[in-house]
Design a protein around this ligand. Sequence first.
Ligand SMILES: O=C[C@H](O)[C@H](O)[C@H](O)COP(=O)(O)O
Length: 223
Amino acid sequence: MNAKKFAGEKAVEYVKDGMTVGLGTGSTVYWSITKLGNLVKEGLNIKGVPTSKETEKLAKELGIPLVSMSSVDHLDVTIDGADEANPNFELIKGGGGALLREKMVASISKQFIVVIDESKFVNQLGAFPLPVEIVPFSWETTLKTINKLGCTPKLRIKTDSSPPFVSDNENYIADCYFENIENPAELNLQLNMIPGVVENGLFINMADTIVLGKTNGDVTVMS
Ligand SMILES: O=C[C@H](O)[C@H](O)[C@H](O)COP(=O)(O)O
């Protein structure tokens, strides 16, 4: 059974008529967006702010009205997936390369709802390589600097020997293999101090609620 679908659909309960809604990116929030599309067809009045070109395309196909982030002061709620979440509600995001826009959208949201399946809820972050968005200019130098923080960074490529993956913001992604991240809040600040780093996939003090789907159909909501 599809744990991502259970979590994604449950989170839609937080969306009410008249809200401006941040629409995350990925295969879990896909289910939230699809359900929202159905509710819009039935008369729900919302405006969406997409966090990626992929989500923008999906929302348009589903008929969800969209507005740009720059046209709003805040969002009422954002629903998004994550690659890992810990009991402090700290997250790793960016497996799909959308972390920068996702962090910007989440940062002005009154409520940030994270949808995950149970395999992503971990005691310590870091088994999933941390995505870091970096500028293409001298990316090799940026990787060397990131390496000094105790990880092995690898430039993301689509397949072996193909060109680098390019984000919606025309940047590259370094996937950083830490294994264990002892202090996510400190690492978040250290990474963002490096010239060449645009943003990293650690989301600290941002998530308000985690909606966790299980394969048996149970959904746990943590706030
Ligand atoms: O860049 C991608 C996002 O941060 C996703 O929300 C994250 O990777 C989780 O995606 P999925 O729900 O497909 O596992």
